[in-house]
Design a protein around this ligand. Structure first.
Ligand code: TYM
Length: 336
């Protein structure tokens, strides 16, 4: 590959939607793995701003969220000189390949996407076609760069499957054009749940702000939200059936401290939920503090952010163009 060189390395790609301040769920389910993988692989990370317009927002909000999310990726330590860090809308090939892949996706298979069903219920006043074709644009994001591995949380697994199916179908017709991407789902943290309704995932678009921890929440807010997390009346810390709230807090604690579930159970034997929640809050606050400080520092340097975004787009575009040219030739578009 151009710019992300060295054949022995894997191409790792993942994007995050520009739809609000990222949460602890994004961090533990995705970002933490991105950061770990960035050392030894050729990594491409991006802000999915094209995906974000499937839900209506004010132009100024979209602009702000996009650049803030980009700054967050830099704050994570995803070195923009070594990796490609870019905004999706800066590389128009995403939309172009997305269109082409639409024509290689069956209506039935797209209809089976649970996220579409879920989002169309939540945004019943705006069930636009973009919401429906969302996973196909996501397939284009991945296939443009011939990604080997896509580190995501559990909720994106189905989208990865459809991306693989589309790629396999296309390859079946035209020969080996696309690499089939593998999802990379971390052992822990793949599904961080809402602090208020621990049956559903923690989401940055949850209207109840007590349900999620934002990566920019200061320590006192983190403490308050974790203290107020919904648990159960048993007052015994262990991982088990019917304890979704405690299981979730244990998962969060485990991800932040590296401790296993058995160790955590032993640590809090004979102690109540108050002590446990205080420890979880401290661990989360400690984990996020350096990230928040770095984010605020980077956000103050707009020229640096824009320079990185422009360079990232150039590097991404060089790869994306090559793929699109190959795809167009295969499909039979007239070339001059
Ligand atoms: P998005 O923006 O919803 O989330 C970004 C990443 O965070 C993970 N995640 C979670 N993991 C664990 N627990 C949670 N509560 C939680 N919430 C979110 C997501 O699984 C994701 O990995 N469609 C994607 C963005 C996208 C993309 C791509 C991803 C666009 N193109 C190409 C990979 C490859 C999305 O909406 O993620």
């Amino acid at each position: 590959m151009e710019n992300v060189s060295n054949d022995s390395k894997k191409v790792v790609l993942s994007l995050v939607q520009a739809s609000g301040t990222p949460t602890l769920g994004n961090y533990l389910g995705a970002f933490k793995n991105w950061h770990e993988m960035a050392e030894d692989n050729d990594c491409i990370f991006g802000v999915a701003d094209l995906h974000a317009i499937t839900v209506r927002s004010k132009p100024a909000d979209l602009r702000r969220r996009s650049i803030e999310m980009y700054a967050m990726l830099l704050a994570l330590g995803l070195n923009p000189d070594k990796n490609i860090v870019f905004l999706q809308s800066h590389v128009q090939e995403h939309a172009l390949l997305g269109w082409i892949l639409n024509c290689y996706t069956q209506f039935g298979e797209a209809s089976r996407m649970t996220q579409f069903k879920d989002k169309s219920t939540r945004h019943a006043d705006n069930v636009n076609v973009g919401l429906f074709t969302y996973p196909i644009l996501m397939a284009a994001d991945i296939l443009l760069y011939n990604a080997d591995m896509v580190p995501v949380g559990d909720d994106q697994k189905q989208h990865l499957e459809i991306a693989r199916n589309i790629a396999a179908r296309f390859n079946g017709i035209y020969g080996d054009v696309f690499k089939l991407p593998e999802p990379y789902i971390g052992r822990h943290g793949a599904k961080i749940l809402s602090l208020q309704e621990p049956e559903k995932k923690m989401s940055k678009s949850d209207p109840n702000v007590k349900a999620f921890i934002s990566l920019t929440d200061p320590t006192d807010v983190i403490v308050k939200k974790i203290k107020g997390a919904v648990t159960d009346s048993e007052a015994r810390v262990y991982y088990g059936e019917g304890k979704a709230g405690i299981n979730n807090l244990m998962t969060i604690y485990s991800c932040c401290t590296g401790k296993g579930m058995d160790d955590i159970e032993r640590e809090f034997e004979g102690k109540g939920y108050g002590d446990f929640k205080a420890a979880v809050a401290e661990a989360v606050a400690e984990e996020l503090r350096p990230l928040r400080e770095e984010y605020e520092r980077i956000l103050g340097d707009k020229a640096y952010i824009e320079k990185c975004a422009a360079e990232g787009a150039d590097k991404a575009r060089a790869i994306a163009r090559r793929t699109v040219r190959k795809v167009m030739k295969k499909v039979g578009f007239y070339q001059i």
